[in-house]
Design a protein around this ligand. Sequence first.
Ligand code: F6R
Ligand code: MG
Ligand code: MG
Length: 375
Amino acid sequence: MLTLSIIKADTGGWVGHSAVHPDMIVPAAQAVRDAVARGLLVDGHVATCGDDLSLIMTHRHGVDAPVVHSFAWEVFLATTEVAKRLGLYGAGQDLLSDAFSGNLRGMGPGYAELEFTERPSEPVLCFLADKTEPGAWNLALYKMFADPFNTAGLVIDAKMHAGVVFEVYDLYEDKRIEFDCPRDLYEMLMFIGAPARYVIHSVRSKTLDEVAAATSTQRLSLIAGKYVGKDDPVMIVRCQSGLPAVGEVLEPFAFPYAVAGCMRGSHHAPFMPVSAGQAHPSRFDGPPRVMALGFQIKGGQLGMPRDMLADPSFDRARAQANEAMDYFRRHGPFEPHRLPLENLEYTTMRELEKRLADRWEPLLRPAATLAGAKT
Ligand code: F6R
Ligand code: MG
Ligand code: MG
């Protein structure tokens, strides 16, 4: 069995929250090379999306492995040191704890992990996002694995007819549920259509009995109890031979649907598909970005990544995203650009409620007002 892990963290931004400084990538890449040399990892690749640094790693330790998680933690401590030295913005912002204790759950960094038996040819897409939240993958995963208007294979490939099982997490209540689709499609949509709370964690093909996709489902704000930056999720999707084809996995991103997360974690904005070179959100800390690195894994080796969303066939989606961004921006501080109050991660409202408490007066009904006027 092989495990593919993407572990990511924002340990400092260059400039503001827009990118990772090249000097942070150097020690991370060196640490990965060393880990491969001493046999901890089979292979590894360092990638960045916005101000988030991702370690894309193959290994034989399984998911949630303390040796792999502690390795990533050490790398993030090292990149935090660089960020501090260079005065980069928000140095160490995703490292919520001082001490590592076994695995990264609740520690701040996000991770998506998949354990599988490598097929003779193993095409895998690693998606990295910035300025959004884990639920941002819900719409795309639904389209890839459940919508025949997106995925022709659901109709044409007999191996896909039995459907898939979506595993969904309730991030507020720390619970999970499995939806057997297509049977449970409509019920599932009621939940995953609210991506701030319900997040698809994994997808399994019923015919192949293989896990096909995994996402990072951590929410920093829920872990930390206050706003500490967006979670900027990652996702792994295995493709082809009874799973959605590479083109079917990428197709949902041809529509720049709205996601939560840009500017102070408080706004909806279009999810813009970009090449790795364009994954540096600068307008209103956005629009949120998604990039995809494609790997053809062999013997655990990742090989050279392909920058899948660099394709000009996504140019129109980028143009649409820019138009949608203009449209959202003109709402200024109004919903639906601004998130509904219950999802707002900044605590301004709580503070305001306290500060203005004395100035709120009860509304009096007309009769009561008249009665009051007589006395
Ligand atoms: C951070 C982010 C940004 C910041 C914003 C304000 O992940 O998405 O939108 O929230 O730049 O940052 P502060 O409050 O640090 O000045
Ligand atoms: Mg940041
Ligand atoms: Mg980020």
